[in-house]
Ligand binder design. Sequence first.
Ligand code: HEM
Length: 148
Amino acid sequence: MNNQVRTPAQLHREQVQRDALKIGIDEAYISVLVDTFYDRVRRHPVLGPIFADAIGSEWDPHLAKMKQFWSSVARNTGQYSGKPVPAHQKLTRVQQYHFALWLDLFRQTLADTAPTAQAADYFMERAERIARSLQMAMFDRPGQLADC
Ligand code: HEM
């Protein structure tokens, strides 16, 4: 039995996780999403070489980090504590149109793997928001999604 008093932050976190679970989002799906997406990224003719340059053979730590990232974003687990902006600012080969390619591939991966349509929308909304802020930091403009 767990009689500990939960803080507002813990209660919020539990609520986020319950809501995510209702539309099929759990750690097992996050793992499938990340593995499938980066498998496609590695084989992508334009994105693949950019990642190969930056990551080399260190894919296992990158995949583990990306699972923590999406667990934090989608389930509010607090597993990820990195800094995406400087990590992307050092990628001098990345151009703004690459973000559109990244988002298309992510959208297609969700269409092929997501447990529900709501789960696909949930991840896509967050990916688009983060992509916009990365583009603001890297190029001083939010890219093709500036209409909202
Ligand atoms: C053009 C699109 C993108 C490219 C080419 C790209 C490429 C990369 C590469 C090569 C790394 C590894 C950097 C390193 O370890 O040295 C990385 C890290 C990362 N990316 Fe992206 N990325 C893109 C878009 C995105 C988007 C849209 C998101 C989020 C929705 C994202 C989230 C992350 C995160 C969380 C990391 C880990 C940062 C850290 O080290 O803590 N990326 N990305």
